[in-house]
Design a protein around this ligand. Structure first.
Ligand SMILES: [Zn+2]
Length: 442
């Protein structure tokens, strides 16, 4: 098991699941690759059949008009194209880097136009009987299953790698375990994680991650497991016993996701320290750090109270109350009587009232008495129903088999998204849902 001893291990593709979404009727050979391509087919063309195709990506600041100018296309085509599209898609907010392609006839009039709208959608416009017809298509991703592992050296985000997709995956993982782990303050150097996740591929290339199917997070001496399972058309995460991971109270009032998007990634240590000097918890954090309510409830107070400074108090079910003090700012719509949902933004960290420096004073009470917030672990989501337990156990068994047989390579290994191990073979053996004993450990 030398490989497993490596500090950071990464992935192995295990199974291929091909999801046939839409397939574009006529994907242009030249579309969506690299630099601008302008090609002149050699076969003779006539009428309105395409003579020329152009493929490129939207540059920063580039608009459809400037692209038309660049390639000498006709302004009447531009107007017609825009009006054909208007009802289904605004072309104004297409992000730089999105690919597009045109096919043109011999007079430089458009036969068809295709462009990427977002990560999931392609817009295609064709001239049919002289008129433009626009339609949106889902990008036909091929879904593969990836197994990714890592060890925390610094922050959760940095342990996942440097690309945008890695960052989004880290946030997805943090969201799944937000009721049990405060990723701002609980993670320690040496904590490890293993994730079984969908990888979405297009034309054989990794594009982005899909859903996390299962996660195992070792935080100090505690191991947390989550399994994705669908019931009544809704997917949710459960522990190995089929209990929902959702709890009445989030682990912390400082959401890892909110903080990650509030601060730049280069300074993802906005929370310096956690102190427990009295009944509550003090989070020493940068001024401005977003604060969110840990549970559904109703605001009972939002304003200034001596000592606490600017404070928000929320009433929850079963006589619970939570206090968020020393805020620099209370969100404008947070007023007494307003209903809030778990995770809603209520204000920002500050140092108002009796505070020596910026920190969030957080406390929880029940029936007026201060209680330890970390001791409240009321499960809020429904467990897997008995009728579906066998199916759920089958799911966890499949995931556990993957944990047993797969290599979870290091997150920083660039191969992890383009590995080409023999997924089909492994899938075949997993699909037969053999008992775990049949699999040999690598
Ligand atoms: Zn305090």
């Amino acid at each position: 098991m030398n490989l497993l001893n490596k500090k950071r291990l990464v992935l192995l593709v295990i199974l291929f699941i091909t999801i046939g979404l839409f397939s574009l009727q006529q994907p242009s050979e030249n579309s969506f690759r690299g630099d601008a391509v302008v090609s002149e087919p050699t076969a003779p063309e006539k009428g309105t059949r395409p003579l020329k195709s152009i493929s490129d990506k939207f540059e920063k600041g580039e608009t459809l008009s400037s692209i038309f100018k660049k390639y000498g296309m006709h302004t009447d085509d531009l107007f017609e194209l825009k009006s054909a599209v208007a009802s289904i898609q605004s072309l104004r907010d297409i992000k730089p880097g999105k690919p597009y392609s045109f096919t043109l006839n011999k007079d430089n009039y458009i036969s068809s136009f295709t462009c990427g709208i977002d990560d999931d959608t392609i817009l295609k416009i064709e001239r049919v009987d002289g008129c433009f017809q626009a339609q949106k298509y889902n990008i036909p991703y091929e879904t593969r299953i990836l197994t990714i592992g890592g060890t925390i050296q610094n922050t959760l985000v940095s342990a996942f790698g440097n690309e945008r997709e890695d960052y989004l995956l880290a946030l997805q993982a943090a969201d799944i375990l937000a009721w049990d782990i405060d990723f701002n303050t609980d993670v320690r150097k040496g904590d490890t994680f293993r994730i079984i996740v969908e990888g979405l591929y297009s034309e054989g290339k990794f594009k982005k991650y899909g859903r996390i199917l299962s996660i195992e997070f070792v935080n100090g001496s505690q191991t947390y497991n989550a399994y994705l399972f669908e019931q009544d058309g809704k997917t949710d995460y459960y522990n190995a016993d089929g209990q929902s991971l959702r709890k009445a109270f989030l682990k912390a009032p400082l959401s890892f996701r909110r903080i990650s998007s509030h601060f730049s990634r280069s300074r993802l240590h906005p929370i310096l320290k956690v102190r427990r000097p009295h009944h509550g918890i003090d989070y020493v954090a940068a001024t401005g750090t977003p604060v969110s309510t840990v549970a559904d409830g109703r605001i009972t107070f939002a304003g200034y109270k001596s000592g606490y400074g600017k404070i928000v108090i929320v009433n929850h079910a079963n006589g619970y109350q939570t206090y968020y003090g020393h805020l620099s700012r209370i969100k404008s719509n947070i007023r007494p009587g307003k209903k809030v949902q778990q995770g809603d933004l209520i204000g920002n960290v500050g140092a108002t009232g009796l505070a020596t420096g910026p920190h969030l004073h957080f406390e929880m009470r029940q029936g007026g008495r201060a209680i330890n917030p970390l001791a409240v672990k009321k499960v809020a989501g429904s467990p897997v129903p008995a009728a579906q337990m066998a199916e759920f156990k089958n799911t966890t068994q499949t995931m556990n088999n993957i944990y047993t047989v797969a290599l979870f390579f290091d997150t920083n290994n660039t191969q992890r998204k383009n590995h080409s191990l023999q997924p089909a073979l492994l899938y075949a053996s997993l699909a037969s849902s053999s008992p775990q004993g049949k699999f040999r450990k690598n």
